[in-house]
Design a protein around this ligand. Structure first.
Ligand SMILES: [Zn+2]
Ligand SMILES: [Zn+2]
Length: 465
């Protein structure tokens, strides 16, 4: 009997984790961090039982909601291997180092408060030292090569088209003479995104775990979003003003840099516009993207033969030190500043906002999802004043929200992804989506393929006889 424990991203999008269990082995797929409301009640510190009986961990991709509890797992005694594609392994290293730094800072400031209140200090969720242990545990894997990860369990990594190194996993599980195939979709990207190859769904399975993040909607088309993005930059620079872009370090930033280079090549943007990348995490991710040219799509591979995506941006600079970052605000020279963090909740973007958003003519471009309660969300909703480091700052900048650059497939593409798999009438389980989107996707699967999807909650155990 094969049992699959669903331990996260069930009825929500964060904390992805499954354990596949047979009589001989237990393999964990992803161990992501719970974020936002899912993180309440210390859920990130709850470990699965019998960590010492885990045979292996396999990772779909590097994002924190898939990799962000690995340092806690290892701190709690896991000594086995973590399997990941080589690009995922490098990106995970960058993601975890960045997250650990933020958690150490947050804990330090919280502890100053607690000390004044006479309370015991709290430890960070994990430290940089915890995060550094992961790389040594990780076994770098190739796509499309069967890998035996435990007794009776092997996996094949397929392209998911979501971020560099991201995969869908085909897992072959043998137990008591029976062999079953389980597919974990991972996060699925949209088709035709620059740099990345298109998602490549498996063709047959007994059981499919399918993500449902955007199971209820389509994204706005990409081209008008891209045109608007370039036009805002061109006009703002022409007016001798500044463009600020809060950056999601992994994937989004590299995509924006690619688009900027493309606009220069097409004559839509001056090549010498000063463009600053001011985010240590985005810098590390950009270097990983440069390193793994073997994973590019055909257009990106052609560009990479003569250099990198940013080479046509003659004014492109990576900001190294905090001092250099501060120096950007000692003048009003027109430029584009791409800085972390993505939702403007912390990181160097906060300083740039403070120095620039009160000025008429500044453009702030928000690309991507802005969670409830973040500075990015307040600005996107048209706040006329925000507080930065307790100072009230009036918002005179033009604020633009551009939604066409998603790293997730929309509803139609998720249904399309299932088209070959559906012919074999597999069991389908929807995860990694809020309840609204996954119910809507379940309806779509029923109407189009006659498949009745299951919608488990965190802690449920599925049996595959
Ligand atoms: Zn992801
Ligand atoms: Zn995810």
């Amino acid at each position: 009997m094969i049992r699959i424990h669903v331990l996260g991203a069930a009825g929500g999008v964060t904390g992805s984790c499954y354990i596949v269990e047979t009589s001989k082995a237990r393999v964990m797929v992803d161990f992501g961090q719970f974020q936002g409301p899912d993180a309440r009640g210390g859920s990130n510190l709850v470990m699965p039982p019998d960590i010492d009986r885990l045979s292996a961990v396999v990772l779909t991709h590097a994002h924190l909601d898939h990799s962000g509890r690995l340092p806690i797992l290892c701190r709690n005694g896991y000594k086995g291997d973590i399997f990941a594609t080589s690009a995922s392994s490098d990106l995970t290293d960058a993601v975890l180092a960045d997250a650990a730094g933020i958690q150490e800072q947050d804990a330090a400031s919280e502890n100053r408060r607690r000390e004044r209140a006479g309370l015991e200090p709290i430890p960070p969720l994990f430290t940089r030292a915890d995060a550094e242990c992961i790389k040594a545990r990780t076994r770098d894997c190739e796509y499309y090569k069967p890998i035996q990860v435990a007794d009776g369990i092997s996996i094949l990594y397929r392209e998911a088209g979501h971020i560099l190194g991201a995969t869908s996993i085909e897992m072959t599980v043998t137990d008591g003479g029976d062999t079953r195939k389980i597919v974990f979709s991972g996060d699925i990207g949209p088709k035709h995104v620059p740099i990345l190859r298109d998602p490549d769904p498996p063709e047959n399975a007994d059981l499919v775990f399918l993500e449902s993040t955007y199971g209820d909607r389509e994204h706005p088309p990409m081209q008008p979003s891209l045109d608007q993005f370039i036009k805002i930059i061109r006009e703002t620079i022409f007016n001798k003003q500044r463009v600020l872009i809060p950056a999601f370090a992994i994937g989004r930033t590299q995509l924006l840099l690619y688009y900027l280079g493309q606009a220069v090549r097409e004559g839509k943007l001056q090549p010498d516009i000063p463009i600053y990348l001011d985010s240590p995490a985005a810098k590390r991710a950009t270097l990983v993207y440069r390193k793994h040219g073997e994973l590019y799509d055909a257009d990106a591979a052609k560009l990479a033969r003569t250099g990198n995506f940013e080479q046509d941006l003659k004014g492109f600079r990576i900001v190294e030190s905090p001092a250099e970052s501060r120096a950007l605000n000692e003048s009003w020279d027109p430029c584009v500043i791409i800085a972390g963090s993505g939702m403007a909740e912390g990181g160097r973007i906060v300083h740039h906002l403070r120095h620039n958003i009160w000025r008429r003519g500044t453009s702030l471009i928000l690309v991507g999802y802005m969670a409830e309660g973040t500075m990015g969300r307040r600005l996107a909703q048209g706040a006329k004043q925000v507080y930065i480091f307790n100072d009230p700052i009036i918002v005179r900048a033009n604020v633009y929200k551009i939604d066409g650059f998603s790293a997730h497939a929309g509803r139609a593409e998720l249904l399309e992804w299932m088209s070959k798999l559906a012919t074999g009438k597999p069991r389908v389980v929807l995860t990694h989506g809020d309840n609204g989107p996954r119910a809507s996707l379940a309806q779509g699967l029923l109407e189009r393929y006659g498949l009745k999807a299951e919608l488990p909650m965190r802690g449920d155990v599925l049996s595959l006889a």
